[in-house]
Design a protein around this ligand. Structure first.
Ligand code: AMP
Ligand code: MG
Length: 401
């Protein structure tokens, strides 16, 4: 039986970057950039007021010997969005609003709270230094500087940066198209009538959500029954998606037909069974460039194997530099007893109070208990041969994202 790192490596070998496309700005969210984004002008493009107040020459704001304040003549009123016509000369000020281009001659802004209006003049109650309360041209990015590097995942800040850099369209990785099929005679969709002996389909939804979260374009194809014809119809219905994910039916039960039916439609097996817990019966195969995953049906096994195998495949198809799942180290807060022979991925609860990450195993580690995934934010990875992990020891953790 394969060890996890070897099985993951085989998935990555079969998965290839799908290439790039140009898309409208908003559609880039959640995908890696496929070009370096340079600033074509300074950001911000001009020096500006960072406060509502008065643009001044800082040297003019110092009160003369014996006086507690100084008065300046107000020569213009400048809202944001307009360029001033007047320069600030000695003894002068411009009334200026936040975001307005700093008037010529001025080198600071006095906050309105530190002034008093007096007719056509303004009384400055507190002196400022050059640079106070202003933003400089190019202080975010200089013209020609790279604002975002190719490969960067587009999140909220990156999307804002693209907009700031005037990119209405942007080159990003093509989204992998992924389809999810749930299998089983016993499973029923939410909202439908449930007969005795039946359970709700949860995997269809949790797996779809994991796929969307990873940046795939995911479609849910519904439930295939544990019959050859039903399975083959659903598998064919998926067409030429980049990734096909099935849940259930990959074990050794009498009605576990997924593997044989995948092979019957031309899927070449790469591996079946990996030395892990949960998720041992996981299947991976390829049909031309399509990657096909048969994940075990237990709700936790399905999610864990998605994270361990499908997530890195999506990352590779998107051209991400470090395919997932994302890892860190944490200190165990409890002893864990294990049955050696398989690499365990235990659901773990992070205690993030304190300078180091600390992790405790969730109380119920059975693979049918979906609540363990609801409560946990990480998986604790325990080596194949470990019989126990002692409290205080550092362990590998994997983020559930
Ligand atoms: P299987 O892998 O098909 O042997 O299923 C293992 C366990 O997971 C069984 O208890 C199934 O009833 C359950 N199961 C299979 N598919 C789903 C699903 N889509 N949602 C929730 N539970 C499932
Ligand atoms: Mg089944």
């Amino acid at each position: 039986m394969l060890e996890y790192p070897e099985a993951r490596a085989r998935v990555l070998t079969a998965a290839r970057f799908l290439g790039a496309e140009s898309v409208p700005l908003l559609e880039s969210l959640g995908r890696p950039l496929a070009e370096d984004i340079k600033a074509r002008e300074d950001v911000p493009p001009f020096a500006k007021a960072a406060m509502d107040g008065y643009a001044v020459r800082a040297a003019d704001t110092r009160a003369p010997e014996g006086a507690s304040s100084v008065e300046l003549e107000v020569v213009e009123d400048l809202p944001a969005g307009r360029v001033g016509r007047k320069a600030v000369g000695p003894g002068q000020a411009v009334r200026i609003m936040t975001g307005a281009p700093l008037s010529k001659g001025a080198d600071a802004v006095v906050m309105v709270e530190q002034t008093e209006k007096s007719g056509s003049a303004v009384r400055i109650l507190r002196a400022v230094r050059p640079g106070d309360n202003i933003g400089l041209a190019g202080e975010d990015l200089k013209k020609g500087e790279i604002g975002l590097e190719s490969g960067t995942d587009i999140g909220p800040a990156e999307l804002g940066m693209l907009a700031a850099l005037n990119r209405a369209t942007v080159r990003v990785a093509r989204r992998p198209r992924l389809a999810v099929i749930a299998t089983g005679d016993e499973i029923v969709e939410p909202g439908e009538r449930k007969a005795p002996g039946q359970i709700r389909n949860s995997n269809g939804y949790s797996l779809l959500a994991l796929a969307l979260g990873a940046g795939a374009e995911a479609e849910y194809l519904g439930i295939a029954r544990d019959r050859r014809s039903s399975l083959v119809r659903k598998i064919r219905g998926a067409g030429d998606v980049d990734i096909l994910v099935l849940s259930g039916g990959v074990s050794v039960g009498d009605h576990d037909l997924v593997k044989s039916q995948l092979e019957s439609v031309g899927v070449r097996p790469v591996f079946w069974k990996v030395r892990i817990k949960p998720g041992k019966p996981v299947f991976f195969g390829v049909r031309r460039r399509q990657l096909v995953f048969g994940l075990p049906g237990n709700p936790t096994s399905a999610m864990v194997t998605f994270m361990l195998f499908v997530r890195p495949a999506i990352d590779r198809l998107l051209g991400r530099k470090d395919p997932g799942p994302r890892r860190a180290r944490a200190v165990l807060t409890e002893d864990i007893a294990l049955k050696p022979g398989r690499r365990h991925f235990l659901r773990g609860i992070i205690e993030d109070a304190g300078p180091v990450l600390r992790v405790a195993p969730y109380a119920n580690q059975k693979s049918g208990v979906l609540r363990s995934m609801v409560r946990s934010r990480v998986l604790i990875e325990a080596p194949t041969d470990a019989e126990r992990l002692e409290k205080g020891r550092e362990v590998d953790i994997i983020f559930i994202e």
